[in-house]
Design a protein around this ligand. Structure first.
Ligand SMILES: *[C@@H]1O[C@H](CO)[C@@H](O)[C@H](O)[C@H]1NC(C)=O
Ligand SMILES: *[C@@H]1O[C@H](CO)[C@@H](O)[C@H](O)[C@H]1NC(C)=O
Ligand SMILES: *[C@@H]1O[C@H](CO)[C@@H](O)[C@H](O)[C@H]1NC(C)=O
Length: 355
């Protein structure tokens, strides 16, 4: 949540500093200060039976679960943002050192232990785990304490038919997701990308579409059928929305924005060159099947999934240009004509001059 993030920023920047507090004093004064927002079961000291269980609940590195690991003098588990703000203000006022713990990685355990030798209190955000799905706004806000379990739960409430299990989800950084999509085994480090070599070579043909209206179930049924029959191509759907929708269509050449639900990439790949005709004809048939369910007039396409099937200079009209760029195609042609009137830079789908 943005305001939780703001609080975290505050936590980092306040840097309260005092060694004078003894354990009991910290527990007492902090508890006292929080008293005006006290809700039951949000404040725990080592005397409480639940203290250890809460402390360990998200201490997933065994290195930091030993008896000698420095422990907080208290754990506060806020239920809402007001509670967090109050805790931060109290800690600042009392000079209490805070650690905050949410739902993410913490390889050195700095959110729940300390090697600095000073007493500290943990603000554990594990009870702040609302996930709000706003379909109208195409947004999901996950509170900072939410973990993947919670997201899986939402998926299973909204889309039980997908049968999503926790084991199907992997928490990973962006670069790890790149490695995952490229099907590198987990042990391969991202530095392999610096070799700038493709991970494998094959023969392939790709096409693309954009979808602006929900595909009815009957459409999906037919899609499964044809794909299962051919065993190819594979389809990748990239969700759109969010900031993509807010940027005006004409601001840069890429026009597939407001109203696009997702992009479809079709890819057919093969290793035996003799199989080319079969695969290319199959991907075209799947593409034909999808005509009913995707954008029309123009049938939009993604320029970086280059596809000569949709037309090319000298061999067809220029409707392919509108598929890639919609009305920006006019502007691109004006620019092209102004700066490269001899058409020096040209290829099958380079921007044509204005006639
Ligand atoms: C304390 O632990 C008990 C037993 O595990 C559990 O039922 C209870 O909900 C816990 N209380 C809090 C505040 O976490
Ligand atoms: C909590 O435990 C400490 C010893 O660890 C003890 O001195 C203190 O009195 C206890 N507090 C309460 C409220 O039981
Ligand atoms: C948070 O909970 C307290 C009760 O403990 C309530 O008074 C307060 O209005 C709540 N704040 C928000 C932002 O929900």
């Amino acid at each position: 949540m943005s305001s939780s993030r703001f609080v975290l920023f505050l936590l980092l920047s306040l840097a309260p500093f005092s060694f004078s507090h003894q354990k009991a004093q910290i527990q007492e004064t902090f508890h006292e200060c929080l008293s005006n927002i006290q809700t039951p079961n949000t404040f725990f000291t080592p005397n409480d039976t639940n203290f250890t269980q809460i402390l360990k609940s998200r201490a997933i590195n065994l290195k930091f679960r030993t008896p000698s690991t420095p422990k907080p003098d208290a754990i506060f588990t806020p239920l809402n943002e007001t509670h967090i703000q109050t805790a931060v203000i109290c800690a600042k006022k009392l000079g209490i050192h805070l650690r905050t713990r949410s739902g993410g990685h913490d390889y050195e355990g700095l959110s729940y232990t300390s090697v600095m030798g000073r007493p500290f209190v943990v603000i554990d955000l594990s009870k702040m785990q609302d996930v709000n799905v706003d379909l109208a706004d195409n947004s999901v806000w996950a509170e900072t304490g939410a973990t993947i379990d919670r997201l899986v739960q939402i998926m299973n409430t909204g889309f039980p038919e997908l049968g999503l299990k926790k084991e199907d989800c992997f928490e990973m950084s962006w670069i790890e997701s790149v490695m995952h999509i490229m099907e590198y085994p987990k042990i391969v480090p991202p530095s392999v990308l610096l070799e700038r070599k493709p991970s494998f070579l094959n023969y392939f043909k790709a096409k693309s579409d954009f979808v602006r209206e929900v595909i009815p179930e009957s459409g999906l049924e037919g899609m499964w059928k044809i794909m299962l029959e051919y065993g190819s191509p594979l389809m990748i759907w990239n969700p759109y929305g969010g900031i993509m929708s807010k940027i005006p269509e004409s601001s840069i050449p890429f026009p597939h924005r407001n109203g696009v639900l997702f992009k479809v990439q079709y890819v057919s790949a093969w290793m035996d060159p003799a199989m080319e005709d079969k695969h290319v004809s199959e991907i075209r048939k799947v593409y034909d099947y999808m005509t009913t369910y995707v954008t029309k007039s123009p049938r939009e396409a993604y320029v970086n999934y280059r596809d000569l099937d949709i037309g090319m200079n000298g061999k067809s009209d220029d409707s392919w240009g509108f598929k890639y760029f919609k009305d920006n195609f006019h502007t691109l042609r004006k620019i092209k004509t102004k700066f490269d009137y001899s058409n020096f830079f040209s290829h099958e789908q380079s921007i044509p001059l204005i006639d």
